[in-house]
Design a protein around this ligand. Structure first.
Ligand code: ATP
Length: 287
């Protein structure tokens, strides 16, 4: 077995009396995409800043690619790429100048700025000042910056938030391409559909604790109810939708009664979404 890319052991972080991260432990395998999901204030940002060596845990330990992050911060940071709210860009410089500056910091010599700019969908805008970029463009530039030294682990915080659908898809494709090259990806997101589509496993974090961690498939098997949606028309043609639990013992009888007594217009089944499961586990909405 190869060594995990990320090992978090019993991490605790407090802001005064508030325990923002409360004893969390997990591992991410090399080449895995882990979706890290939780509502605002759950402790995602604090966790990522400990994983990436930006904050020192009050308790516990982080090991990335076999190295202790607190003891070997610089060596570890050379192997990771971070696209994060707190990772500021130089607003007075152009997109390309920002990339060149970071390439120098990382000692990258053969930087192909054009191809990077193109990969994140900023072609034609690379020479414009970042101060004139939209939020989405800045986000894309941060993803480009995170990639320029070809890191082995990528930490991406809400990489598609606020992007139009085409740019969001470009970023998702890029995540998958990087992953195919073997890059491990730690993806923080609110977007359950995105997490479901991209992640090999997802972790749910709530109030500083990991409350579930598994593949989307297993989570759906374990927690998710299968639902039947039935549309019924009344005499005026108004449609009412009823939901039934496919696995309840009375459902077949109730369904039969509906077909006998009412005008069923459509019927279809759906599996629970990760959002449904998050609510089931925590009693709380994700967004
Ligand atoms: P979001 O999705 O809103 O970014 P998050 O899941 O990233 O939320 P954190 O930012 O890690 O959550 O915050 C966890 C808890 O710690 C929250 O209750 C937050 O208010 C608190 N917190 C975060 N940063 C600080 C700080 N610098 N000082 C005091 N409390 C903080």
């Amino acid at each position: 077995m190869t060594e995990p890319a990320i090992v978090a052991e019993n991490l605790v972080y407090r802001y005064g009396d508030l325990v923002a991260v409360n004893d969390i432990s997990f591992e991410v395998a090399e080449g895995e995409i882990l979706g890290f999901l939780g509502p605002n204030g759950a402790g995602k940002t604090t966790t990522v800043s400990m994983l990436t060596g930006q904050r020192r845990p009050h308790e516990g330990r982080v090991t990335l690619l076999g190295r202790d992050v607190t003891q070997e911060t610089a060596a570890v940071q050379a192997e990771i790429g971070i696209s994060f709210e707190s990772a500021n860009l130089y607003e007075e410089l152009s997109g390309i100048e920002n990339l060149r500056l970071f390439a120098r910091l990382y000692g990258v010599r053969d930087l192909d700025t054009d191809s990077l700019i193109e990969r994140v969908g900023l072609e034609g805008r690379g020479n414009d000042r970042v101060s004139g970029y939209s939020k989405g463009m800045k986000q894309r530039l941060m993803v480009a910056r995170a990639l320029l030294h070809q890191p082995r682990i990528l930490f991406l915080d809400e990489p598609t938030e606020g992007l139009d659908p085409v740019s969001a898809q470009a970023i998702r494709n890029l995540i998958l391409e990087e992953n195919e090259r073997g890059v491990t990806i730690f993806l923080t997101t609110h977007d359950m559909m995105e997490a479901d589509r991209l992640s090999h496993r997802v972790a749910f974090i709530d109030q500083g604790e990991i409350v579930a961690l598994d593949t989307p498939y297993n989570l759906k098997q374990r927690y998710g109810r299968r639902i039947i949606e039935v549309d019924i028309a009344d005499d005026e043609g108004n449609i009412e939708r009823r939901e039934m639990d496919m696995d309840e013992p009375d459902t077949p009888k109730e369904l039969q009664a509906l077909f006998r007594d009412e005008r069923v217009t459509t019927i279809h089944s759906r599996e629970a979404s990760l959002e449904d499961i998050f609510i089931e586990i925590t009693g709380r909405e994700l967004v």
